[in-house]
Design a protein around this ligand. Sequence first.
Ligand SMILES: O=C(CO)COP(=O)(O)O
Length: 214
Amino acid sequence: MFILVNLKAYPCDPLEVATAAHEVAEESGVRIAVAPQAADVRRVADTGVETWAQHVDPNGYGSHTGSTLAEAVAEAGADGTLINHSEKRLKLADIDGSVQAAARAGLETCVCANNPAQIGAVAALGPDSVAVEPPELIGGDDSVATADPDIVRDAVEAAANVDESVEVFCGAGISSGDDVDAAGDLGATGILLASGVAKADDPRAALEDLVEPL
Ligand SMILES: O=C(CO)COP(=O)(O)O
């Protein structure tokens, strides 16, 4: 199981989370990555933790003021990138362009989507993984794996119908090892989470709890 911690724009210390994630990954053998703000990618990557960007734009080098260039985050140390998060929605053509831009830069890709129908659509664009995250459960206390297990099962089926090589992650409200276990039972091979770690008083303890059953 892959644990991908999205720090969003939360006012946490990205280096504290990154250091804890790196240590817990080393101790547990579980793959854990941290996705900080673009401006923090280099500092986070320097801790040794697997580092992801939260977004890349579809454009390559050129006259694109304000864009997040896939090559730039890769050069800063990112190993992968989220695309089309529920809080950073893109048009299908732009998701396609961002997946291609990330692939050109050597970044692993995870395209987020709200529901199984969208999961099928974005799986067709050839990302490495997709993540189903029902927006109404994001940031809440109810885990998607228990509050809406069918959405995870259906997302796994929707992706497999399009391309069996695309991994399916899930996220929203996940904060404990039991939640991670339940998501795995539904067929997810990764977890995308944010507040359970980024807003925790003790991020390291939160991460240890998440990997405990793995
Ligand atoms: O949006 C998410 C991860 O990208 C999920 O957020 P929460 O873990 O805070 O529900």
